[in-house]
Design a protein around this ligand. Structure first.
Ligand SMILES: *Cc1c(COP(=O)(O)O)cnc(C)c1O
Length: 367
């Protein structure tokens, strides 16, 4: 079965670790000791509660998450969080501050404007979203309800190396595309959310991590399902959660802890993978042109162009024929994009690197 798997460089939903898929396959018909599939068990069963509890415990261990943070297993994607964050934290307050570094933070900003005043602290739009701000370029907005940033812009391929400085203002992060890819100083965050389908599981599950004191700021009168307090109170079991997606997320956290050894070794591997591709770009004498400025380069999504669109099409076609799939860039940026999330093995990245070198050999007319 595994011989026919290709290397899937999609930005999301993306590759899952092979051991996770194999484990899910082994127990698809009956979970050990349960006799039912994880696709069938009740969310009210003690089996599911064990799955949720272990998933949460593993996540807490991976992130060294202190007790005064809550972990929520929600649905609706990061896109619903674009609305839930301002409904819960901006409504009734003066303004929220957003750092705009690409397509996803633009979307988050648009949704926040429906709830209240939004101050743009920094925008990379005029520079075509080729970099994130330097620390001294972002003012600290003392009156803001929170500061929102996107740690990794999946479409443009730019990533923050460190968190923006916000003083006492709560920091909120869309971490969808670099969640669990590296250690982060979690105590600098008030709220962090991520769709699972990039780095942590299948589509259908959204993780939200929020600091307990934020709950006091939430206005009354929100729809029950859109109020974070509902999900805190019911430990994500107010209604039916995405049971199977949470089960797969549990398997991913076990893989990170037991096979990878935590987020430090994961980050080291991710740096090594990204470096292989950026080195090819940097040594290609302009045949491959990276979209992001070197100091803002994403370790998760590498974006680049070739000399013309005809070559880009040939690159995609030939790559695909070798089992290097889903390398087409997002239509708003064009060119190519290789997503190198946690589950992309080093061999897959080496295969892409070798193909890039060989493709240039054959097509670079200057050589
Ligand atoms: C994919 C992505 C989203 C959108 O996620 P959905 O689950 O489709 O709502 C938002 N932000 C970032 C950074 C993403 O990568």
């Amino acid at each position: 079965m595994t011989e026919s798997r290709v290397y899937n460089f999609s930005a999301g939903p993306a590759m899952l670790p092979l051991p996770v898929l194999e484990e899910a396959q082994r127990h698809l018909l009956a979970l050990p000791g349960v006799g039912m599939s994880a696709l069938e068990i009740s969310h009210r069963s003690r089996w599911f509660e064990e799955i949720r509890d272990e998933a949460e415990a593993n996540l807490r261990q991976l992130l060294r998450l202190p007790d005064h943070y809550h972990v929520l297993f929600l649905q609706g994607g990061a896109s619903l969080q674009f609305s839930m964050v301002p409904m819960n934290l901006l409504r009734g307050r003066e303004e929220a501050a957003y750092i705009v570094t690409g397509s996803w933070s633009e979307r988050a900003t648009e949704e926040a404007r429906r709830e209240g005043d939004v101050r743009i602290l920094w925008s990379g739009r005029a520079e075509n979203y080729t970099r994130v701000p330097r620390p001294q370029e972002v003012p600290i907005p003392s009156r803001a309800a929170y500061v929102h940033f996107t740690s990794n812009e999946t479409i443009q391929g730019v990533q923050f190396a460190t968190e923006p400085e916000t003083g006492d203002v709560p920091l909120v992060c869309d971490a969808s595309s670099d969640f669990l890819s590296r250690p982060i100083p979690i105590e600098r965050y008030a709220l962090l959310y991520a769709g699972a389908q990039k780095n942590a599981g299948p589509a259908g599950l959204t993780l939200v991590i929020l600091r307990d004191d934020l709950l006091e700021r939430i206005p009354d009168g929100l729809p029950t399902m859109l109020d974070y307090r509902t999900h805190v109170r019911h430990r994500s079991l107010y209604n039916t959660p995405p049971v199977f997606a949470i089960y797969l997320f549990l398997l991913v956290t076990r893989w990170l802890l037991r096979e990878i050894g935590g987020l430090e070794p994961m980050a080291a591997l991710n740096r090594q993978k990204a470096q292989l591709i950026y080195d090819v770009i940097d040594r290609s004498q302009g045949f491959y042109r990276g979209h992001a400025h070197p100091e803002s380069r994403s370790l998760m999504n590498v974006t680049w162009r070739l000399p013309n669109q005809e070559l880009e099409r040939a690159f995609l076609r030939e790559a695909e024929a070798r089992g290097l799939c889903e390398l087409k860039g997002h239509r708003s940026v064009g060119g190519l994009r290789a997503s190198l999330y946690n589950a992309m093995p080093l061999e897959g990245v080496r295969a892409l690197r070798d193909f890039m070198l060989e493709f240039q050999e054959r097509y670079d007319r200057r050589r």
